[in-house]
Structures are given as C-alpha cells and as structure tokens.
Design a protein around this ligand. Structure first.
Ligand SMILES: *Cc1c(COP(=O)(O)O)cnc(C)c1O
Length: 479
C-alpha cells in the first residue's frame, strides 16, 4: 500500500520531471553517452534485495534523464519524434496508478477511449460510426489492423473466409503503394501473408504524389493477368518530404475499381487542422481506413497510434473471437476493444490523449500545428534564398527536405557531404537533424513538430549545417 515514502517520492518525481522539462531547452539537444555511463546501464546488476524509492529516483535523475534522445528540445528536427505534451506526461502517472486493461468492460478508461478515438476522428474530419476505431501502439500496428480488415473484405467478396480457410484459398490479391510510402505498409502486407511481390510500387509525379493514371494502368494490368486488386495506400504526409497525396482522384478510382483506400496519416493527418494547408487533404474523409499517430504531431507521450475504420462490422468481423467467459453484454453491442484489434490486455492510452488534446482544446491544437507549418514554410524560404542551400521539395506540411551545396563541389562530393552532415550536426549538440535519400540524392530533412520552436531556432539550424559542413570539408578525406 502507498505509504508516506510513496507520497514523498511522488512529490520528488513531480519535481524531477518539472525540472527536467524546464532545463531541456538550455541543454545540448543530444550528446553521445560517455562509455562509462553507457556501461553503467548496460551492466546494471540485478539487485538481490530491494532498492528504496528515493534511491531509485536518484538513479533516474542521475543516470537516465541525463542522456535523452533529444526530442523535447525545440531545436530537435529529427525523424518524426515530438516533444511530450506536459498534460500528457502527468496523465501517464495517473493512468499507471489505475492500471486497467482497456480491453472492455464498464470502467472509465474504456469509455474514455471511445471518446478520444471519436475526438481524433473529429480532428481529422473522418466519419466515425461508434466502434470505428481504437488506439494502438503506433501506426505500424494500426496499419496491420486496417490492412487485415481490408484483406478480410476482399476475401469475403471473393467468396473466401480467410479466417477459416487461410491464405491458400485466396485469389492472387494485389495492392498499390508508392516509393514514398512508409515501410510499415510493406511490413503489414508481408505479415498478412500477401507476399511482397504482389505489392506494386506505383509511380509518383515530380511532386512526390501518387500518379493516379499510373495506378489505373497498374490495376488494369493486374486484372488482365487474372489477379485481384484490392488495396491502395495513400499518404497524408510522406515521411520523406511531407507530401500529401491527391485523395479525390485516388478515391474516385478506388470507388470505380472496388479498392479499399487506406490512408497513412501517421505523421501528417493532423495537418488538416491548419486552414492554410487544409485544402491539400480534400477527399481524405473518403478513405476506408486511416492509420495515424497521436504520438507525433499531437505530442501525446509515446506510445499512441490510432486506427480509424469506416466499416465497423468489417473490423470486428476480422478480429472478434470472443469466448463466452470474456463476453460482457453490459458494455453494449460494441463489445470489447480486443474484438477490433490484436491486443487483449490493453494499456490505458486514452488518458494521455484526452489530456494532451483537452489541455489545449481544438483551437490550441490547431494553432500549434499551424505554427509548425508556418515555420517550415519559412525555413523552406530561407533555404531557397541561400546560394549554398538547395530545397529539394516544396514544403507541403512541416517537413523541409534540403541539402547543403557549397560552391565548387561536384554531385558526388555533395552527396558525400550531405550523407555525413546529420551526424556531424548532431554531435555539435546545438540542433538535431536527420538525413534521408530522396530520388537517389542524400539530403537533410527537418521535421517541425514543436510549437515552442522559434524563427531563431530554424536560423540556427541553417547556421549549424554550414558550420558542420565546413568542419567536414576541412577533413582530409571528404573531397
Ligand atoms: C512514423 C510513421 C509510421 C510508423 O508509425 P509508428 O508509430 O512508428 O509505428 C508510418 N508512416 C509514417 C508516414 C510515419 O511518419
């Protein structure tokens, strides 16, 4: 039972966390760990007897919180990792204290999850029939959930009960992605036994968006060869450049061809909240399913993804295996969350989602999103205006794809330089940016998710890229 020690430690934990968050902006964004500190963690001995709470807390403060990943700092622009919403941080403690399994039943966490899934659907403007979604560990898992439902429908329409008969009974199903589609789609596709060879990569236009004419041609070719097209995946913000696919023509084609339209909105779906770019998302509400990540742009502490599915019966029909001893009729006709996805014991994710959204309100969330897209566009403009920097894609959401291109280097040297730049920038500790390859070219990729990032921070990013670039060019082996 909690005693005075617990209460004292809880207060100290609150102080530790608040001090940590306060100090973050003043610290190096990231630093490599000293070998001794790394070893101290790797070689931690299993304690034979218990360690008191205050000593545990000291270890957390001295050995763990001293070596963060860097996301949380307003000058962190890496991958798609956000700063945690403070309200969400507090909520995780309360959620852990309750520690329910949000599988089903009549307790607060279950009802709260239904509410926040509806909120998420409302935020992105997706229709939400009761039961049409659930929280997951992330978009990778949400994609498995959505694609499983899509596979179930395709099989049923082909007269096959894939749950009973398995993959061998299926006609050759094909699906369509682009070269910009996140790898989690291929992973889900492979896990569902559909076979990588039948996941077609459709061409994109210059703008990185799915080329609908190429999709139509690929579908026709597969049909002519006796295969059964059933799925197209569009992106609401690609991970490389933040491009948003043109949903209307894709949805038109999907409708004509009977394809399940799945949208990967992990990073970018919430961009629809910014009036300045909302038009790019026209038609997203026509999808059959969306996978998205409150643990990215919304800043909900990791982990939290979400699957939204239009056809709830299809979703439940894909996963429900409710044995009689777990049935809960009192919970109403929706049944248990565990009938809509892969997990049985499920964490209380909804409290941190509720807190992260409710603390700001819809307007506050939208303002945070709009702040980051505006800064991203400004960064794009700054890059475009500099002779030694090159913008590689238009800034559609809050990702800026660019490269450092000082005068006098050939293509190969520019590639080498940009390949080595992210690590060199990171080591300097002032900003954090990551790299990627776009169209065969090494580039830097800055993702803006933090509403406390300022114009001075994005200017510093460019200064740091130049400074690290100069260091690299001074190395004897670079060019
Ligand atoms: C992050 C991301 C994913 C994967 O989501 P996880 O939450 O990491 O599982 C998929 N697609 C896009 C576009 C992403 O940014």
């Amino acid at each position: 039972m909690p005693d005075e020690d617990f209460r004292t430690a809880a207060r100290a934990t609150a102080d530790l966390v608040a001090d940590y968050l306060d100090a973050l902006p003043e610290r190096p964004v990231w630093q490599p760990m000293a070998e001794a500190d790394r070893r101290a963690l790797l070689d931690l001995p299993l304690p034979e007897t218990g360690v008191p709470l205050d000593a545990l807390l000291k270890t957390v403060g001295d050995r763990v919180m001293t070596a963060p990943m860097g996301n949380g700092n307003p000058r962190f622009f890496g991958w798609v990792n956000s700063a945690p919403q403070p309200a969400g941080v507090l909520a995780t403690l309360a959620a852990a204290a309750m520690n329910p399994s949000s599988a089903g039943g009549d307790h607060a966490d279950v009802h709260l999850e239904r509410a926040v899934v509806r909120w998420i659907a409302e935020l992105v403007g997706f229709p939400h029939p009761a039961g049409g979604g659930l929280l997951t560990s992330g978009t990778s898992m949400a994609t498995i959930v959505c694609l499983a439902a899509a596979r179930n429908r395709a099989a049923r329409l082909a007269g096959v009960d894939v749950r009973a008969e398995g993959l061998a009974a299926l006609p050759p199903l094909t699906g369509y992605v682009t070269g910009e589609t996140h790898s989690c789609v291929r992973k889900a596709w492979e896990l569902l036994g559909l076979g990588s060879n039948r996941l077609r990569t459709v061409a994109t236009g210059e703008d990185g968006r799915l080329d609908t004419a190429a999709l139509a041609a690929a579908v026709a070719e597969d049909r002519a060869a006796g295969r059964l097209p059933f799925l197209v995946v569009a992106s609401a913000g690609t991970v490389g450049t933040g491009a948003v696919d043109a949903f209307e023509p894709i949805a038109d084609l999907a409708g004509r061809e009977g394809l399940w339209l799945h949208v990967d909105g992990a990073y970018g779906a919430f961009g629809v909240l910014d009036p300045a770019i909302a038009h790019r998302y026209a038609g997203m509400d026509r999808a059959d399913s969306i996978a998205l990540d409150p643990h990215k742009w919304l800043g909900v502490p990791v982990d939290c993804g979400c699957a939204l599915v239009r056809d709830t019966a299809e979703l439940r029909g894909t996963f429900s295996l409710v044995p009689s001893y777990l049935r809960d009729d009192a919970a109403g006709s929706l049944g248990w969350f565990s009938e809509y996805g892969t997990e049985q014991t499920r964490p209380f994710r909804s409290l941190k989602v509720w807190a992260s959204i409710a603390h700001r309100g819809r307007a506050g969330v939208a303002a945070d999103i709009a702040h980051t897209t505006a800064l991203a566009r400004q960064l794009g403009d700054l890059v475009g205006a500099c002779d030694d920097l090159e913008l590689l894609a238009p800034v559609e959401t809050s990702i800026v794809a660019f490269r450092y291109r000082p005068a006098g280097l050939d293509e190969a040297a520019v590639d080498r330089l940009n390949r080595d730049l992210p690590a060199a920038v990171q080591l300097r500790g002032r900003v954090f940016v990551t790299g990627a390859v776009l169209g065969g070219r090494e580039m830097l990729r800055a993702c803006l998710l933090n509403a406390t990032t300022t114009e001075a921070d994005i200017r510093l990013l460019l200064d740091e890229v130049r400074a690290a670039g100069a260091e690299l060019r001074d190395r004897p082996d670079t060019d």
